[in-house]
Design a binder for this molecule. Structure first.
Ligand SMILES: Cc1cc2nc3c(=O)[nH]c(=O)nc-3n(C[C@H](O)[C@H](O)[C@H](O)COP(=O)(O)OP(=O)(O)OC[C@H]3O[C@@H](n4cnc5c(N)ncnc54)[C@H](O)[C@@H]3O)c2cc1C
Length: 305
């Protein structure tokens, strides 16, 4: 990333919300459930599966966590009614992890039971490293209670992940493997680009060795190639893994992969709390940040006239 790009990225939180909205529209289905349903229907028509994320990242009160759990109940009803091919992804902080473990557990159980009622499943997103232990603990508790319709996410960026895979292996977890979006300190995370890639492949091998179902979640072309090579070497059939991408990213490549016979799931976030999610996505993409900077300057100049 150039110095200018990193400066822009640092300044993003100061960019006016309407400008962020303009550039982040491609990453978000919209503010309402109807918006999400429309996007998922479109993806399904194009041969892709989906996972719906209700955005609710800046939660501070118990009622808000209950509202998110209710929103997920509504999502399952809508998926069922429209016969869509989609599961959901949940963030434990949105379900109250920052308030209390028990509250979060209750809300998660509620979502998982609702999913089971519809024959559907829930993937627990992984957030920053302060939440990893609780997330894996909760996942394990629910699995040990017999809830099999849940999956988890592991981050190749974290040095601990291979150990986490070894510890979870007996449960044969369904795992989405990603690089990890949260920039963690070097003591606990790989910080070099190539080291994260290498860790990704070590984790992928370990997951396949443990016969886990893996959602290969990356847009990194080199990693996609290496992952598909491993899938083919192991003779995995199309139902034994899936590829995953974020809404709005590498859409042409998505189509090629589906045309080549791979199952691919798109992460579809929606909700009123789109802002924090958008800033994170834009911070990942310096080219987009540069466009925002130009748009912001243009807007300020216009205001000054
Ligand atoms: C389905 C899915 C779910 C995820 N869930 C989690 C999670 O639960 N926890 C977590 O920490 N992280 C999650 N992530 C994010 C992930 O950890 C990475 O931060 C993100 O995917 C970028 O890494 P990459 O592997 O795509 O490689 P990168 O090297 O970052 O990207 C490769 C290329 O993809 C393109 N690209 C990547 N991101 C963007 C973008 N925002 N806009 C435009 N182009 C882009 C660019 O061309 C880039 O060069 C998820 C990612 C996906 C795909």
């Amino acid at each position: 990333m150039s110095l200018l790009d990193s400066a822009i990225v640092r300044l993003l939180p100061a960019v006016p919300k309407p400008v962020v909205q303009l550039f982040s529209a491609r990453y978000i289905a919209g503010e309402t459930l109807a918006d999400a349903v429309a996007v998922v229907r479109d993806l399904n028509t194009g041969g892709k599966m989906a996972t719906v994320d209700v955005l609710g990242e800046e939660i501070t009160r118990e009622e808000e966590t209950r509202a998110i759990a209710q929103a997920y109940r509504d999502v399952f009803a809508a998926i069922d009614e429209a016969a869509l091919d989609s599961n959901v992804s949940v963030k434990l902080t949105a379900l109250g992890l920052g308030l209390s473990y028990e509250l979060c557990r209750e809300n998660l159980l509620d979502v998982v039971r609702t999913a089971a009622g519809y024959g559907n499943s829930v993937r627990i997103d992984m957030e920053d490293s302060s939440t990893t232990d609780d997330t894996l603990r909760l996942y394990r508790e629910l699995r040990e209670e017999g809830h099999d319709n849940i999956g988890v996410v592991l981050q190749a960026r974290l040095r601990r992940t291979l150990d986490d895979i070894a510890a979870l292996a007996e449960l044969r977890p369904s795992v989405r493997l990603c690089k990890g979006i949260y920039l963690e300190r070097g003591a606990i995370a790989f910080t070099e680009f190539e080291a994260v890639r290498a860790s990704y492949l070590r984790c992928l091998d370990a997951l396949f060795d443990a016969s886990c179902y893996v959602g290969v979640a990356t847009h990194d072309e080199w990693l996609i190639g290496e992952s598909l090579g491993r899938i083919s070497q192991r003779g995995l059939g199309p139902l034994e893994y899936e590829l995953q991408m974020l809404l709005g990213v590498r859409e042409e490549r998505r189509d090629e992969l589906v045309a080549a016979g791979h199952r691919l799931r798109v992460y579809v976030p929606y909700g009123e709390q789109w802002y924090a999610y958008s800033v994170r996505r834009l911070q990942e993409n310096p080219a987009m940040a540069g466009m925002i900077a130009r748009a912001t300057v243009g807007r300020i100049l216009r205001l000054g006239r």
